[in-house]
Design a protein around this ligand. Structure first.
Ligand SMILES: *[C@@H]1O[C@H](CO)[C@@H](O)[C@H](O)[C@H]1NC(C)=O
Ligand SMILES: *[C@@H]1O[C@H](CO)[C@@H](O)[C@H](O)[C@H]1NC(C)=O
Ligand SMILES: *[C@@H]1O[C@H](CO)[C@@H](O)[C@H](O)[C@H]1NC(C)=O
Ligand SMILES: *[C@@H]1O[C@H](CO)[C@@H](O)[C@H](O)[C@H]1NC(C)=O
Ligand SMILES: *[C@@H]1O[C@H](CO)[C@@H](O)[C@H](O)[C@H]1NC(C)=O
Ligand SMILES: *[C@@H]1O[C@H](CO)[C@@H](O)[C@H](O)[C@H]1NC(C)=O
Length: 466
């Protein structure tokens, strides 16, 4: 969205799967709110072509190391080349090993084992996890982050007014905690009228306010300290059930209440079509940013830990990855964590391939701090994005997921020190255990350390005792 009185960068992308001569039309849509004369200047339009291979190589470079990224601009009214120094998913780690007398130990063997991934790449789960042992094993052996598809929602926990039932949600939380799986809470409220419990839909405003306050207090305090995030008002760009009943500040008010009840948990907005559908103008990145800024500027919300949730229900036969990147770039300027929260891709022959493109784009974007896909085994009813068949063998889509889980971790590595007793290696963010031994010395030592985005250069110093 161009702003008045300054130059604005407008960008986006198109994917062309054909060869030939084309004309590209740049259309400027102007909403006129005043009768004053308006002048629009266009400074520079540039179009940059990329092959699929070039795009992929850019993603891979972004994951790897310190590089200079020239922001990709497809069509731009003002061409800006933003040069960022970023380290997206990996970090260089140096080891220095010495003997007990302090001299450098050449030829020491360093065994590196990644014990935990630093990037949350998770999967949604549903109530079948409570009873289906094969589903439990399938899930726990792959994922360390989740959100529940429906089981925490108001319509699930309070079907009848005043009768709360958290049996299923509690059992799912217990399963996750027993298996070291973090949970994004989904959701406290949903702004869509159709998705309210039946008895809520026609409550008069004062009654709705009372019922909603009870709901928020109940679910947020029940799981306080046990969740890594909450979708407080789901889809409040597409819908406005609570705004219509309780006033324009309804969302901001509920975020404020959740924040004061559970101040340490990250609170998300959560929307669809912001990255996945360029034709839906209801929830563009600019509108998303505006709504989140409104919530954060509401009195009392200044200290709120906010994050951006983007659902990612891709349905076009071919996802527009350039559009996805431009939306992520715009939201990235807010400096808040971005999560892709419910990624799934419509069926068809390209489903696996499309999912891979989308996940690689999300993972290689520096502002994205987590990805949750919404899929699972057919035995648990995941019909849109089925990851495993009735025998829990991976489908082609499931194979893509397993491949990326393996690709995005350092696993087990081994290096030897040089004549300075030094060795360097590029490692994915995460938790590590290292064991060092030396052929001349009859002892070994182990240490644990973390590689994170925040830490500067990491040097691990190791000295043999004897
Ligand atoms: C637009 O800007 C880019 C980057 O500064 C430059 O390379 C290009 O020549 C400019 N194009 C025009 C038509 O001025
Ligand atoms: C230190 O210890 C190592 C291993 O025992 C030995 O090879 C080296 O010569 C020693 N260096 C000095 C300066 O004593
Ligand atoms: C709560 O829900 C569970 C699971 O659906 C059900 O088995 C149980 O009977 C319910 N409890 C009450 C008190 O209704
Ligand atoms: C919403 O809150 C803002 C403060 O952030 C206030 O200025 C405004 O009057 C409120 N609007 C309504 C309709 O209550
Ligand atoms: C190495 O240490 C182990 C246990 O401390 C001991 O049993 C073994 O004899 C030692 N070997 C040598 C070659 O010193
Ligand atoms: C980190 O490493 C880079 C290159 O290896 C170096 O230029 C920089 O000074 C180091 N920073 C710190 C804080 O040691």
């Amino acid at each position: 969205m161009a702003k008045q009185g300054c130059w604005s960068l407008l960008k986006g992308g198109i994917v062309a799967e054909f060869t030939g001569v084309v004309e590209i039309l740049l259309m400027v849509v102007v909403s006129v709110y005043s009768s004053k004369a308006m002048e629009i200047r266009v400074d520079n339009v540039s179009l940059q072509p990329f092959t699929a291979k070039e795009w992929r190589s850019h993603q891979d470079k972004s994951i790897d190391k310190v590089i200079r990224i020239n922001r990709v601009v497809f069509i731009a009214v003002v061409y800006l080349s933003l040069v960022n120094l970023i380290q997206v998913r990996k970090k260089k780690v140096s080891f220095k090993v010495t003997y007990s007398n302090g001299t450098a130990a050449e030829g020491a063997l360093i065994l590196i084992l990644q014990t935990k991934s630093g990037f949350p790449f998770g999967c949604g789960m549903n109530h079948y996890i409570v009873t289906d042992e094969a589903y439990r094993q399938w899930f726990a052996s792959r994922f360390k982050v989740t959100s529940f598809t429906n089981e925490m929602k108001w319509y699930s926990t309070e079907k009848t007014q005043g009768v709360e039932n958290y049996t299923v949600a509690d059992a799912m939380v217990n399963f996750a905690e027993q298996n070291g799986i973090s949970i994004r809470g989904h959701n406290v409220f949903w702004d869509n009228r159709v998705m309210q419990p039946k008895w809520v839909k026609d409550l008069p405003p004062a009654e709705l306010m009372k019922a909603a306050t009870r709901r928020l207090n109940s679910v947020v305090s029940r799981y306080a300290g046990r969740l890594i995030g909450w979708d407080v008002m789901n889809e409040n760009l597409h819908f406005r059930f609570f705004e219509d009943k309780l006033g324009e500040n309804a969302s901001s008010m509920f975020y404020s209440m959740a924040y004061h009840l559970d101040p340490s948990t990250t609170l998300f907005m959560n929307e669809y079509n912001t990255i996945e559908n360029s034709k839906d103008h209801t929830a563009t990145a600019c509108k998303y940013k505006e709504e989140l800024e409104k919530i954060l500027s509401f009195p009392g919300n200044a200290g709120l830990k906010a994050a951006i949730g983007l659902e990612g229900h891709f349905r076009d036969p071919k996802p527009n990855i350039a559009f996805m990147r431009s939306a992520l770039d715009i939201l990235g300027t807010m400096g808040l964590p971005i999560w892709l929260t419910e990624v799934d891709v419509g069926g068809g022959p390209d489903q696996a391939h499309n999912l891979e493109d989308i996940l690689r784009e999300g993972y290689s974007h520096p502002a994205v701090e987590g990805i949750i896909i919404f899929g699972g085994p057919i035995a648990a009813g995941f019909k849109c994005m089925t990851l495993a068949n009735y025998d829990f063998e991976p489908t082609p889509v499931g194979e893509v997921v397993d491949k990326l889980i393996n690709e995005w971790k350092s696993g087990r590595r081994q290096v030897r020190t040089d004549s300075r007793g030094m060795s360097e290696i590029l490692l994915f963010h995460g938790d590590y255990r290292v064991k060092v031994s030396h052929p001349l010395i009859n002892s070994s030592m182990s240490i644990n350390f973390k590689v994170t985005k925040e830490t500067e250069n990491i040097t691990v110093l190791l000295q043999f005792d004897a």
